[in-house]
Design a protein around this ligand. Structure first.
Ligand SMILES: *Cc1c(COP(=O)(O)O)cnc(C)c1O
Length: 428
């Protein structure tokens, strides 16, 4: 790709962008005197303009109906979640019954591990990537403790090799082989939150199954960012949050996936609640838990309708665009950002080294580049912030930048580069 580092060129790319109209479907932050250049859709996605309408509907029905809204609201709350399952399933490549929108991400990971981490005899370990997102680390640690096991002996963490930032897939596969009959569960992030590295979920799932392990994925940084086929890949379970690439409100509801092959297994141990109970007889309020088939059987509670409404608004947009178009734009936009960062890096190579630690290979990443600034990056980051760039700082020296295909423009990326150039120039 022969890109150019100029405003005119970036604007030209925007004109040619088939998804350009979608930027206008979102509320772009306006807190700064400059135009905000928002690159943190990987932490909290922006608000779709339609979100308020979806929430307003539920507020009105709550006002009008009170408790009767469970059955008489325009979108009855009793079955509200059913409106979302199909669209959410399309995003992760699943069957409708394999997906339910419920709870929050870490809650869902715990509920799924209660069912799918079943240590027995020698097969009692969990394999994961090193430096997983902290919530996942704590979740794994506490699940092990719950079974009287320890992270020290029963958690196998795959590290990058010395001097490297990324985890080599061959090392993951080798460790799976090596520990084969000791692994009860493989639980990894599909996309690493820090490096932006995308793992080959299909290959790792297959390798896990070959040694007899259960394989689950945390898709917090993959859902709405990466095209997946959880069903075809035979992934056992997965969960994701809706507020990152899925733009569905701070702390918003989570997606939960359980493969069809586990749909009819009432024998699986699980922590149960009334919303997972057979809905035909739920309101008989009788003792004895009979889980619903499929992912719905993992629901504990009745749906938080306002959060679900926000998710619905966003899912409609994804449904309209489709993951293929989204991923095409994602790759072009991310490649443009990569080009711009390289240009600045070349210009200042004698003063400051910008190292993109995210994989260069587009099939190994989504819409995030993590830039390691050798020799101290905080002043650079602070300069960008002052200019109205919203990116994300991670110790020791990494700026994470996510150009999100639904609402970021090539012009945003151009300005990121312009300010980055000024920042490094001003530092000396
Ligand atoms: C964002 C993120 C979380 C956050 O968990 P919540 O329960 O939604 O607060 C967990 N795991 C990963 C990998 C994440 O990226």
């Amino acid at each position: 790709m022969n890109f150019e580092n100029s405003l005119e060129y970036a604007q030209q790319l925007d004109q040619l962008d088939p998804l350009k109209s979608y930027r206008d479907r979102f509320l772009l932050p306006s807190f700064h005197k400059n135009t905000v250049r928002y690159f943190t859709g990987n932490s909290l996605g922006l608000q779709p303009k339609s979100c308020a309408t979806y929430i307003q509907q539920e507020l009105e029905d709550w006002a009008k109906w009170g408790v009767e809204g469970h059955f008489y609201a325009k979108n009855p709350w009793f079955s509200y979640h059913e409106n979302l399952s199909k669209m959410a399933a399309n995003i992760v490549g699943a069957l409708e019954k394999e997906v339910v929108i419920t709870h929050s991400l870490t809650t869902n990971l715990h509920l799924l591990m209660v069912s799918f981490f079943r240590p027995e005899g020698k097969r009692c370990k969990i394999l994961c990537e090193a430096k997983a997102f902290p919530s996942d680390q704590y979740a794994l640690e506490s699940q092990l403790k719950f079974h009287g096991l320890s992270t020290k002996e029963h958690l196998i963490e795959i590290h990058p090799r010395t001097g490297e930032e990324l985890i080599r897939e061959e090392d993951v596969l080798e460790q799976i082989q090596l520990h084969g009959d000791e692994i009860a569960l493989i639980m990894m992030g599909g996309v690493n939150y820090y490096t932006g590295q995308l793992f080959d979920m299909q290959k790792i799932t297959e390798a896990g199954h070959q040694v007899g392990a259960i394989v689950g994925w945390d898709l917090a940084h993959a859902a709405g960012n990466i095209k997946m086929n959880l069903h075809d890949w035979e992934v056992d379970f997965a969960a994701w949050c809706s507020y990152k690439y899925l733009n569905s409100s701070p702390g918003g509801v989570s997606g939960l996936f359980v493969h069809e092959k586990h749909a009819k297994r009432p024998d699986l141990p699980r922590f149960a609640g009334w919303w997972g109970h057979d809905k035909e007889v739920r309101f008989l309020m009788e003792p004895g838990f009979h889980p619903m088939e499929g992912a719905e059987g993992w629901q504990l509670s009745n749906a938080p309708v306002l959060g679900m409404a926000a998710h619905w608004a966003s899912l409609e947009i994804f449904d309209e665009v489709g993951m293929d178009a989204l991923c095409n734009k994602r790759d072009r936009l991310t490649a443009y950002l990569e080009f711009i960062i390289r240009k600045v890096s070349e210009k200042y190579h004698d003063r400051c080294q910008l190292e993109i630690i995210t994989p260069e290979d587009q099939s190994k990443r989504g819409a995030q580049l993590s830039v390691f600034i050798h020799g101290g990056g905080k002043p650079v980051f602070d300069f960008l912030t002052e200019k109205g760039v919203v990116a994300d700082w991670r110790e020791p020296n990494v700026i994470r930048v996510a150009p999100v295909p639904l609402y970021n423009s090539f012009e945003d990326v151009y300005y990121f580069g312009k300010y980055l150039d000024e920042a490094i120039n001003a530092r000396v």
